[in-house]
Design a protein around this ligand. Sequence first.
Ligand code: ADP
Ligand code: MG
Length: 552
Amino acid sequence: MLSVTGLTKSFPGARALDGVDLAVGPGEVHALIGENGAGKSTLIKVLTGVYRPDGGEIVLDGAPVRFATPLEAQHAGISTIYQEVNLVPLMSVARNLFLGREPRGRLGLIDFGRMHRAADEALRSLGLRVDVRRPLRSLGVGAQQMVALARAVSVDARVVVMDEPTSSLEPREVRTLFGVIRMLRERGIAVIYVSHRLDELYEICDTVTVLRDGRRVHGGPIAGLERLRLVSLMLGREMGQVRGEGRTKFSHQHGSHQHGAGGPGGAGASGTHREPVLEASGLTLRQVLHGVSVRVRPGEVVGLGGLLGSGRTETAKAVAGALAPESGRVVVAGAPVRTGSTPAAIRAGISLLPEDRKAEGIVPGLSVRENIALAALPGLARFGLVDDARIDRLVETFMKRLRIKAAGPHQKVGELSGGNQQKVLLARWLAMRPKVLLLDEPTRGIDVGAKAEVQTLIDELAGEGLGVVLISSDMEELIEGSDRVVVLKDGAVVAELAGAEVTEDRLLAAIATGGAAPPPPDGNTGGNTDGIDGAADGTASANTVGDGGGHD
Ligand code: ADP
Ligand code: MG
């Protein structure tokens, strides 16, 4: 139905696709997977006419095609639901469904009656019952996504592309979606399905393509492909190729401190006998976290492992007050902390270095000095006056300590390299004298030298008695930098590795199988099309979607 050969696409500074091949037959559900930045979205955007490829060929139904616009791709029969629902929120549900192809009367005016009936029918066939005259934004996110799906399948598609369709769906909406996918499969439509959720892939997909760094590293049937192998392929870490000696600490070459084993110097001491500095328990956040618990002792680095979307970032944010969990407790050094409040978390001694330093942290237009002092400022004021000398001392201390390379404290942070920006951000949080430091991808996107420095620093900080939570997609960093690794999968803790268990093999196995290797769910057991069948005879009240509303 669709075959792609040698597809290439570069952006300034990034080779997003590097000679990618992919083929999907009629009625085939094809999983497209890979870690963040692998090229999945770019591939989809090329297929759907959003981007033009630099090279390679796309053949649809035997004929070479080239799309200049998404509309052209759609007319040719390639339909898509993007990661972000991209409809028009203020327009009615029906209008969204028929955007650009509204049924019109003789005078060229939109035939609203016909449009509403057709929209109603299209949505019912997917098990969704809503008032199609209401604005799209009045629906919940899941329902909006179903409208996008209805739009995608109602345009005589030959190929339907879904980029992370389930990320905002409720479990029962996922069931409905899978029902729709099975229906598409029966109609001989090819489906390309992007998701990080392995369970889903094994349940709904027939074949799989694994991308890594813009290249196809694997293609073939998904049944019989071991999960462990799949995860290894995604992460680019082959079993057996990994070092057997376990982990080496970041700082082993520096010998600057010792956590875990105690030893001379003693500042870090062995955390194992101490009371936890952080105890987060039962953190629950709708659809994202399901009772996650993490404890960290002073001087300990606890890694959070898991695939993208497993809930690592959300766990860190829930602990740091940036997300409000519906239930669960956060206790720092024995004292309960009010959840859902960043100031409360900061007062309690929790600092979070966020994943996206551009969006959530650094202020490029301000100086190094201002960026570092930003959060600590209230504490540095006396009688309401900012104590400049104290700030100077603080900034100088941290610039030295973190080896921040800048012309001086007054240079704008935006002019520094990524690694130095990251250090400035780290300095800001350290200036708050935290007891617990949460680091979300602290070395992503910074150069090798700065990376090693940040890693050393993390180790030193733990050595001084800080409790550290480390999130990293870099397996080596996670393994070498953590005393213990808590493995998350679909928002729940599935395994915990400590000491000698912290090896790449063990970690891969835990990520792939969730620890105890549960059998993949059987996609053929009953109930899989309930949503569709039920709706068709008008009894599927369980699939009726009411006002979501609250997501705006
Ligand atoms: P995925 O969807 O698998 O996470 P993407 O296709 O989004 O991966 O990204 C692949 C690579 O291309 C990444 O390195 C990303 O930074 C880069 N990239 C994607 N889109 C753009 C763009 N519009 N401009 C520049 N670089 C981009
Ligand atoms: Mg993507």
